[in-house]
Design a protein around this ligand. Structure first.
Ligand code: 5GP
Length: 145
């Protein structure tokens, strides 16, 4: 999948937004939905996506929507920090398959990092236990300000 293309509303994040696929929800408002990554690169790996958007990537997104999304990313990242007390936080976003993108609905990754703990591989790790993800989502949700 290149940088160009049309939005496919059969993508997994669109299904999550429509309630057709499960997700460990952390937070949502009128603009964004945040949930746990099911193949986490680190404990607490969280995704933030626009709710009303057909942007496949950053380049496609309307500036007004993007503003709301990045504000959501900051809000959720602060909650991840408060809940899990990482030493650092990586925020990533991939555009096009060559860049590492695997799901074509705009999203930002929030990945906590701890000293001495290696980062897992992007979209290549094992699936997390849904019960654990739900518990982590609740811990982070409790810290949303
Ligand atoms: P990308 O590779 O497009 O930047 O990120 C897509 C992310 O979505 C990956 O980190 C991958 O682990 C995650 N992912 C893929 N399928 C699912 C799913 O069904 N549920 C959730 N919660 N995350 C998913």
């Amino acid at each position: 999948m290149s940088l160009d293309g049309t939005y496919d509303d059969g993508n997994i994040f669109a299904k999550i937004l429509r309630g057709e696929a499960p997700a460990a929800r952390v937070f949502e408002d009128d603009h964004v939905f945040a949930f746990m990554d099911v193949f986490p690169q680190a404990r607490g790996h969280t995704l933030v996506i626009p709710k009303h958007s057909q942007a496949r990537n950053l380049l496609d997104e309307e500036p007004a929507v993007l503003t709301q999304v990045i504000l959501g990313v900051q809000r959720v990242a602060r909650a991840v920090r408060a809940a899990l007390k990482p030493d650092g936080l990586v925020v990533t976003q991939f555009n096009g398959a060559t860049a590492g993108q695997t799901v074509y609905h705009l999203h930002f990754h929030i990945i906590p990092r701890w000293e001495g703990v290696e980062l897992g591989r992007h979209a290549a790790g094992g699936m997390a236990d849904p019960t654990e993800l739900k518990a982590l989502a609740a811990e982070i949700a409790a810290q949303i300000a």
